[in-house]
Design a protein. Structure first.
Length: 287
């Protein structure tokens, strides 16, 4: 692994603030993450944000195959050079945006579920996580690095100020376990906060399935859009065509006080609310 500081200096480049780039510069940390992720010869790994190959290259020595995705066209040639000695049958480099990539095509090509890994840029971590949740049927699990602030959010419980849309969506369909903490000093450029690595294991079926999952996710988004307001008011002010009378009626039917705020509801309560509202509104609110 070539030092990212040296690579940028030698090629007269700078890390992109727009892409929120922070490159892991310690090879032993990369090896530790891969070891704790328990990557095996059976795994086909989709790596998000391959960067300069800190995880990519050691992954190719463990996994069956690695699809390494890097959006930045300026550093992609450096990644190609860094990966030139990897087994060509074990690596596919993709200069694409993960938000536009056809994930299903990769899974179909490989004929198996994918494992997803990556050091996710803070500025689009939420978008990427939501995309993975929606496509979770093609993923066995994920091992993902985030800034610790986001890890607190996705693992937080009802009643916490960190509890929000992402917490509910992820806890609905997955189990999350922190497997490592990474000091900010191990990155270049050095971020302001430390990071953490979490293992996300997607459930084959949610413990309490929603009648309509797309509708559930719309309810969750609407509920947290104005998180300081009472639920009955938040739902009535959303784009779901729900008036305050219906919102109040359904909340009461679900044994949920209409004056509660979104951050106090458990995942099961959100599912109950969604199922009751879906019965009342159905297709009118799912378009």
């Amino acid at each position: 692994m070539t030092s990212p500081i040296k690579l940028f200096r030698d090629h007269n480049l700078k890390p992109s603030r727009r892409f929120g780039q922070n490159f892991l510069k310690d090879p032993s940390t990369a090896e530790m993450i891969i070891s704790r992720a328990a990557v095996t010869e059976q795994d086909v790994v989709l790596e998000i944000g391959a960067g300069l190959g800190a995880l990519t290259i050691p992954l190719t020595r463990r996994a069956k195959k690695v699809y390494a995705v890097e959006k930045d066209r300026l550093i992609f040639p450096l990644l190609e050079v860094e990966a030139r000695d990897c087994d060509a049958d074990r690596i596919v480099l993709l200069n694409q945006d993960i938000l536009d990539l056809d994930l299903y095509k990769i899974a179909e090509t490989e004929g198996r579920d994918l494992m997803v890994m990556g050091n996710l840029p803070y500025n689009i971590s939420t978008q990427i996580l939501i995309r993975l949740i929606l496509a979770r049927n093609i993923f066995s699990r994920g091992v993902l690095m985030f800034q610790k602030e986001l890890v607190r959010r996705i693992a937080s419980a009802p009643g916490s100020r960190d509890y929000g849309r992402l917490s509910v969506m992820l806890q609905y369909c997955a189990q999350v376990k922190k497997i490592a903490e990474i000091k900010s000093s191990l990155f270049y450029p050095r971020p302001k906060v430390d990071s953490a690595v979490v293992e996300v294991t997607f459930k084959k079926s949610p413990d309490f399935p929603a009648s309509n999952e797309a509708f559930l996710f719309k309810i969750i988004k609407a509920a947290f859009s104005k998180r300081r307001k009472m639920l009955k008011n938040t739902l009535a002010a959303s784009e779901l065509n729900i008036d305050i009378q219906l919102a109040t009626e359904v909340l009461k039917a679900g044994n949920i006080d209409p004056a509660r705020r979104a951050e106090t509801l458990s995942v099961e309560e959100f599912i109950r609310l969604s199922n009751l509202l879906y019965e009342k509104t159905g297709a009118a609110s799912t378009g």
